[in-house]
Ligand binder design. Structure first.
Ligand code: TXA
Ligand code: MG
Length: 510
């Protein structure tokens, strides 16, 4: 008889995690799902049973009734079910903080109950929430803990235990994290820690190597070592006037790397790190000149890929990591797209699967705190960044004086070996040329007849999907020995700005 295979579960806090925290909600009309909730729960429900575990002390305080809470939960389940998401069970603690009940989070009571009744393996399950009590619950039950910065997350940061949990911006990034962790354990099995430790050791010995991030793969080396940085510039054939991004594993680490962290910059880091946002700040003396190309600023970023964070922590120092491509070529979004030269010159290659964003981080500069500038559009839409920082960013434009502020300033970048052109500048493309060329289309709506190959980035016009597939499509077409690759435009807003930027630069029209 085969042993019973135990199921995995994700336990979700309710207020501030899957719906907006609007105080003690007693009326179903007050439910406001976060925009990220439905895609996140859909993603998780492929492999996990979903539960909601919520403290509703408003009942004990007579602000709302138990019936109010039940009505709200019934409505929430109905809304989710209409989106194809089923929640196994909702666990409610209606008691107050001082009631001495057994079920109020951080008690692991409901997680243990669910485990027993549904046959769940707690150690491969997760609890996600925006309050330290959610983390306490997970830790005492033996589940994996994810703390969100949505809801009241940022407010209670100071009350968290020292370690034993992962901080992430919101519910969708948590779902992507869980899916990525599962992918990693499929790739490495029990060899994971040993593999990352051995890469970290090579970094400590002055080596450089390929690490995955959520945006694109990076070519990483010790950011505090001029020798390691020099190796990166050499292998990438990157000109020394183009500075490197320094990757950290916590916000605290930047205190020693940057001087003067403006409030607006801090607000952004607190909300989006770990994630695809790079900030340029005045640098401290510990950053070698070669890393910042002699500028008095440094670009800093905390990546969201579990392997990147583990590698930085294990190495024990920040990692300088430009995209792992030969200078001016397309950035790799999977190990299969690494160029043979980069692969051969690396001391290690860590496979982290496909990059979830597929386009580089957005770079904002606070060099002049009074006038923050968007240097490179990237995976985090500028509209979102502006709202969080409460400031409008100046969009950097090439002023033609030749001063390099970001890689994007180089007119030709992110390119293919095959000639790359924007379709809008090529009104007439002859049938002969079409028969030996490819077309990259944003959503398939603008594809002319007769091309040998067509890559549609997202049939549904989804920006995230399109961005994630862009470099992969370019690399794939580049291997086909075509005459030309032509590309249409993406809509010019949100991530479309970053997609169009990469297409323009690939065509040398930066
Ligand atoms: O998503 C990403 O940011 C990826 C992954 C690997 O983290 N990295 C990446 O690095 O795209 P890279 O080197 O390909 O592009 C970073 C750009 C550089 O080209 C550089 O011009 C700009 O960031 N940069 C770095 N330091 C800067 C500074 N101090 N001031 C202005 N721009 C800077
Ligand atoms: Mg690059």
């Amino acid at each position: 008889m085969s042993p019973e295979i135990k199921k995995k579960a994700v336990f979700l806090d309710r207020d501030g995690t899957i719906i907006e925290d609007r105080g003690h909600i007693g009326n179903p009309n007050e439910i406001r799902l976060f925009p990220e909730t439905v895609p996140a729960l859909r993603m998780l429900s492929n492999n996990y049973l979903l539960f909601i575990v919520t403290n509703q002390s408003g009942v004990a305080q007579n602000i709302i009734t138990k019936k109010n809470v039940d009505d709200v939960n019934a409505k929430l389940l109905e809304i989710l079910s209409e989106c194809g998401i089923s929640i196994e069970q909702v666990f409610v603690c209606p008691h107050g903080k001082d009631d001495g009940c057994v079920c109020r989070k951080p008690s692991p009571f409901f997680l243990r109950k669910a485990a027993k009744e549904h046959g769940i393996d707690i150690s491969s399950s997760y609890m996600i929430g925006d309050h330290p009590s959610d983390i306490g619950t997970a830790i005492s039950a033996g589940a994996n803990a994810i703390y969100l910065l949505s809801g009241h997350g940022q407010k209670h940061m100071g009350e968290l235990p020292e370690n034993g949990f992962q901080i992430l911006p919101e519910i969708l990034s948590a779902a992507e994290w869980i899916v990525k962790k599962d992918e990693i354990s499929k790739i490495y099995g029990s060899e994971y820690s040993r593999t990352v430790e051995s890469a970290a050791e090579k970094l400590r010995d002055g080596g450089i190597g390929v690490m995955p991030t959520e945006t694109v793969y990076g070519l990483a080396g010790n950011a505090l070592s001029p020798d390691s940085a020099a190796k990166i510039f050499d292998l990438k054939k990157r000109p020394h006037f183009d500075p490197l991004i320094v990757h950290v594993a916590s916000i605290q680490e930047i205190q020693s790397l940057a001087i003067e962290i403006p409030d607006a910059a801090m607000r952004l880091l607190r909300r989006y790190w770990p994630g695809p946002l790079t900030v340029v700040l005045k640098k401290s003396k510990v950053i070698p000149g070669i890393v910042s190309s002699g500028l008095d600023t440094v670009a800093l970023r905390m990546p969201r890929h579990p392997i990147a964070l583990d590698l930085i922590r294990k190495a024990g120092f920040p990692l300088a990591a430009p995209s792992a491509n030969i200078f001016s070529m397309t950035s790799p979004t999977c190990v299969e797209n690494l160029s043979p030269e980069i692969a051969a010159g690396s001391d290690f290659i860590l496979d982290g699967g496909k990059c979830q964003f597929g386009i580089e981080s957005s770079i904002v500069s606070f060099e002049n705190p009074a006038e923050p500038v968007l240097l490179r559009p990237g995976s985090l839409p500028i509209e979102e960044i502006s709202e969080t920082a409460g400031i409008s960013f100046k969009i950097h434009e090439d002023n033609g004086n030749g001063k390099i502020l970001a890689p994007g300033l180089l007119k030709k970048h992110y390119s293919t070996a095959t000639k790359f052109e924007l379709a809008k500048y090529n009104r007439v493309i002859s049938p002969e040329i079409r028969s030996r060329s490819a077309f990259i289309s944003f959503d398939g709506a603008d594809v002319p007849e007769g091309f040998l190959a067509v890559e549609t980035l997202s049939i549904t016009g989804d920006m995230r999907e399109a961005a994630a597939r862009l470099f992969d499509s370019m690399s794939k077409l580049d291997r086909m020995n075509l005459d030309f690759i032509f590309a249409g435009d993406a809509p010019q807003h949100g991530l479309g700005l970053a997609i169009n930027d990469r297409l323009r630069k690939a065509a040398g029209k930066g």
